[in-house]
Design a protein around this ligand. Structure first.
Ligand SMILES: [Zn+2]
Ligand SMILES: [Zn+2]
Length: 268
């Protein structure tokens, strides 16, 4: 079975800890055939501040170093995790226009709405179900706007708020009741040739999990990548094989990797 981790972070992300070469070495020792580095590039920071400038220089240098060191032994691709693009589309477009040739673009949302200060979901400290459901609804409205924008390969960790409400705050939130909003997003991206990722969430509950994966498949969704969201070497490749089995169980026959933004399909 072909094994690829399509969501990893290096020191080119503010919350990364290891170089691209170290992350690629971890992928090689985990038995992967391919790794894509998808460092954060945000239009809005986790505190809700606007990001004015971005330099690709460190990513370009680290990527060249990783390929020079290990490129003959493992396929290494350059991607990006673009955060909050619809907050300022012209800035997001500029960031991408200035980019080196990218293989893959994850479009993500990490922040609450402006009503809650535009802070990252990871900063929420109250386990309040009414608030959580409202925040999820607003998150999905923004996700639909992102889907309509369309300058990405996949939508990242579609059920991300659950990571924080459930794993951090011990709640038991689901996306039950939000299926129509999610379906609208899928009906936008599927005909446009865009996909979603199955974020293995470093071995925790996959984002999204089975009901949403089945909905995507039922609506004709075929483009799906697998990524660990590793920020350190020990999580590179985490739960990829298990989640390939989950995709098979949900009716998928293929998963995708990307070359210069074009999907490449691999049998599951
Ligand atoms: Zn993310
Ligand atoms: Zn990430």
């Amino acid at each position: 079975m072909y094994l690829a981790d399509y969501h990893t972070h290096s020191t080119c992300s503010d919350d990364g800890h290891n170089t691209m070469t170290e992350m690629a070495a971890a992928a090689l020792s985990a038995g992967l055939h391919e790794i894509c580095l998808t460092d954060h590039l945000d239009v809005v920071t986790w505190l809700g501040d606007q990001v004015r400038e971005h330099s690709w220089r460190a990513a370009v240098e680290q990527f060249a170093a990783a390929r020079a060191a290990l490129g003959s032994r493992i396929k290494i691709q350059l991607g990006v995790e673009l955060g909050q693009a619809t907050e300022d589309v012209s800035r997001a477009n500029r960031f991408l226009d200035d980019a080196p040739p990218l293989d893959f673009i994850i479009a993500s949302l990490h922040n609450l709405s402006w009503e809650y200060g535009r802070r990252d979901f990871c900063t929420v400290e109250e386990a309040d179900e009414v608030f959580a459901r409202r925040a999820i609804g607003e998150y999905l409205d923004e996700m639909l706007a992102l889907a309509r924008w369309g300058r990405f390969s996949v939508l990242g960790h579609l059920t991300l708020p659950l990571r924080y409400f459930n794993e951090n705050l011990g709640m038991h939130m689901t996306f039950k009741g939000f299926e129509e909003q999610v379906a609208e997003i899928f009906k936008c991206i599927i005909p446009a040739g865009r996909g979603i990722e199955l974020n293995t969430n470093r071995g925790h509950t996959p984002l999204p999990d089975e009901p949403i994966l089945r909905l995507y498949r039922d609506l004709g969704g075929e483009i799906i990548t697998l990524g660990s969201d590793a920020h350190t070497p020990e999580y590179v490749g985490c739960a990829i094989t298990d989640r390939q089995a989950l995709l098979r169980a949900c009716g998928f026959d293929y998963f995708a990797t990307f070359d210069r933004l074009v999907p490449v399909y691999h049998k599951l």
